[in-house]
Design a protein around this ligand. Sequence first.
Ligand code: THU
Length: 130
Amino acid sequence: MSLVDDARAVRENAHAPYSNFKVGAALRTASGAVYVGCNVENVAYPEGTCAEAGAIAAMVAAGETRFIEAAVIADSPLPVSPCGGCRQKLAEFGAGDVVVTLATMDGARQDITLAELLPGAFTQDYMERS
Ligand code: THU
């Protein structure tokens, strides 16, 4: 099963009654483990969380902190684009050359690296004088 298949499967569990936009995300680590997440919305809208954040939380809870491959899927006309906050969250746990596959339910795919998703990312290097 590909990482996109993992993301597609967990997308079914998304709690998205307000946007009706279900998203699934999957991360693969060097150990070969796959961690998945879906968006979890809330009636207090800003309290909702993205699929990518859920997958990251599952990875960290399992004791891993680096992923080597990622996939995100939604029923969108174009391969779903991670929001700005999720780009920063992903950058925390993956190298710049890590490939993220953005996918649609129709089968469209776009491969993009973390560095391309978040050029000029804020990193710990900027905190060197603190
Ligand atoms: N969403 C994600 O989970 N990931 C993305 O990459 C884009 C947006 C969610 C947040 C919200 O629940 C819904 O999609 C509509 O914005």
